[in-house]
Design a protein around this ligand. Structure first.
Ligand code: TXA
Ligand code: MG
Length: 334
């Protein structure tokens, strides 16, 4: 894997059908030319992601929206003008040029215009759409630094654009506008309140909503078992896990530990503000895995603003899993 800040090189890799990992303001993406079926297929192989789980198409500019989507409702243009570039993905009816591999056969396409200056520069130089999921193995925690991508995907990536740490830290908010009333498919970096100011109340997904696999029960999961509880329940949850003989860490805002002097020794402190919690959450979960903890007791934030996305990710990290310590391919020894 090559790594650096050479965007001409990154564009050449995309044009040659290769995979480029790049920073966005939310998390790192694993990108391919959205118009190249074979290149897009390589993304699924690299992630171990089942075919049929659709990818988001990243664009430089919202004005390109109707090159990818059809029957774009006025509210989509309003959201695009208000929120792009930024951490919002719109699901719309797909246009004829969208490659089959991108949407996995769905009639819709997810589109977003990322705000990160490197993502912007890459998209402008490339000109086309870049299909990109988060640059992690399926089910695992999304990467928020180039180091995370290199650790997890290594040689599956042809070029890694190293742009440091991501600002927002949780993935984009996904809103479905393909079926009339707006539906929140995934809370994320753009808070509900800002979207609802334009769309009115967002509905929860119903049975007919486009399936977003990022909303499967277990997702965004580290190797350690995660137990997500309200702050008041943290001490009892720690006692319960320790009684089983587990090595326990407590993940919570730093200020919370003032109420729990006995837990100081287990503390992994997050910032006290929601933006800081979102920014540092995934790196903290990775750190705790690297330190070898069996169990992470995580304090759920209030479900306001970015707290909705953070709580969603913690609950999914805590969701039931088919297997543990098996998602990651064996580390290469070189
Ligand atoms: O912030 C983000 O959105 C990051 C950065 C790289 O842009 N990307 C990201 O992609 O999180 P991914 O693939 O890890 O998660 C996107 C989610 C998936 O759950 C996928 O199923 C859903 O979006 N999705 C994509 N296209 C969709 C569609 N047409 N209908 C319903 N869900 C869709
Ligand atoms: Mg993902």
């Amino acid at each position: 894997m090559e790594r650096g800040l050479d965007l001409a090189r990154a564009v050449a890799v995309l044009e040659g059908g290769g995979l480029v990992a790049f920073p966005t303001e939310t998390v790192y993406g694993l990108g391919a030319d959205a118009a190249n079926e074979a290149a897009v297929a390589r993304i699924f192989a690299a992630k171990g992601r089942p075919r049929g789980h659709p990818l988001i198409v990243h664009l430089a500019d919202g004005a390109q929206l109707d090159e990818w989507a059809i029957e774009v409702p006025e509210v989509a243009w309003q959201l695009a003008r208000a929120a792009w570039p930024g951490p919002l993905t719109l699901v719309l009816r797909k246009g004829p040029r969208v490659a089959e591999a991108v949407t996995g056969g769905a009639a819709t396409v997810g589109v977003r215009v990322p705000a990160h200056p490197i993502a912007q520069a890459l998209l402008r130089r490339f000109g086309g759409g870049i299909a990109a999921p988060s640059a992690n193995r399926v089910g695992a925690v999304s990467p928020t630094t180039a180091e995370h991508v290199a650790d997890e995907l290594g040689d599956a990536v042809d070029y890694l654009v190293d742009g440091g740490a991501c600002e927002v830290g949780v993935e984009s908010t996904i809103v479905d506008l393909s079926r009339g009333r707006p539906v929140l498919l995934r809370p994320g970096g753009l808070v509900r309140e800002q979207i609802e100011a334009i769309t009115g109340p967002l509905a929860a997904p119903d049975a007919e909503a486009p399936a977003a696999p990022g909303t499967l029960e277990s997702h965004y999961a580290p190797l350690a078992e995660v137990i997500a509880v309200g702050p008041d329940e943290v001490p009892a949850a720690v006692a319960g896990a320790r009684a089983r003989g587990a090595a326990v860490a407590v993940l919570a805002p730093g200020a919370a530990f003032m109420a729990w002097p006995a837990l100081q020794a287990h503390a992994r402190r997050l910032p006290d503000d929601l933006a800081g919690i979102a920014r540092d959450l995934y790196a903290a979960l990775r750190d705790l895995d690297a330190a070898g903890f069996d169990v992470v007791i995580a304090a759920l934030p209030p479900a306001l603003g970015l707290g909705e996305a953070v709580g969603d990710r913690l609950r999914r990290a805590a969701g039931p899993r088919r297997s543990r310590r098996s998602r990651r391919p064996p580390r290469k020894s070189s």
